[in-house]
Ligand binder design. Structure first.
Ligand code: SF4
Ligand code: SF4
Length: 217
């Protein structure tokens, strides 16, 4: 026979468990926690804030930051202008123009690829939709510009990413596949330290280069 279900009335249970000692002690426990936290803050044991930009949070490897257009070994974009990313984009902020690729094995190539960074909601749908791993994301959060035009990133800006040395790559759909073939290495230029900054963004030229070995696939 099925056991009757037990009904718990939380209001009644709270009344039964209430006591004068509890009523008096609860605020004191709360005050104690607040006081301890205040002492930790004043003594510098914990810091409530981050001294940005000297200090930065370390974001996850899957952080959805500013995009990267990956390149083939010869430096040309991997993008084949299939429009999958633009179709999946909920913010309608990707603009692509296709062209013919000189290699007859590759049907098309993007001759223009713009992302409006102000409209982008950094959802990563474009990365997930791309069949070529031609678009991935970085952990770059700083995308401020002085003009509206500057917030529309074209192919040059999306492919040459000096900031990656500082921020690193972020969300990409297949860690194993990309990791084994994506080489993101800064050119051999010295990194300069500037007062007030952890690293200098300039002077490092990088092209994320994804090469696919057909014999491995
Ligand atoms: S991250 Fe989302 S909003 Fe931004 S370009 Fe990709 S699909 Fe569009
Ligand atoms: S980035 Fe990927 S999904 Fe977008 S057009 Fe190029 S190949 Fe297609």
């Amino acid at each position: 026979m099925k056991k009757p279900s037990k009904t718990i009335n939380v209001a009644e249970r709270a009344k039964q468990e209430a006591s004068l000692a509890k009523e008096l002690l609860s605020p004191l426990v709360g005050l104690g926690l607040t006081f301890n936290r205040m002492v930790d803050n004043l003594s510098g044991k914990v810091s409530a804030t981050i001294s940005y930009p000297e200090e930065r949070r370390s974001y996850s490897d899957r952080f959805r930051g500013a995009h990267i257009l990956t390149a083939r070994a010869d430096g040309s974009p991997r993008c084949v202008a299939c429009y999958m990313c633009a179709t999946a984009c909920p913010a309608d902020c990707i603009y692509i123009e296709p062209g013919e690729h000189p290699d007859p094995q590759i049907e098309k190539v993007a001759t223009r690829f713009d992302i409006d960074m102000l409209r982008c909601v950094f959802c990563g749908f474009c990365v997930e939709a791309c069949p070529e791993e031609a678009i991935i994301m970085s952990r770059q959060t700083e995308i401020c510009e002085y003009s509206r035009e500057g917030t529309i990133w074209g192919m040059e800006r999306l492919m040459r990413r000096p900031e990656l040395a500082e921020f690193g790559v972020g969300f990409r759909p297949n860690d194993e596949l990309v990791e084994s073939r994506l080489s993101v290495a800064p050119k051999d230029k010295p990194r300069i330290k500037m007062p007030g900054r952890v690293t200098l963004k300039e002077d490092v030229e990088m092209i994320p280069n994804v090469t696919f070995d057909p014999h491995k696939d």
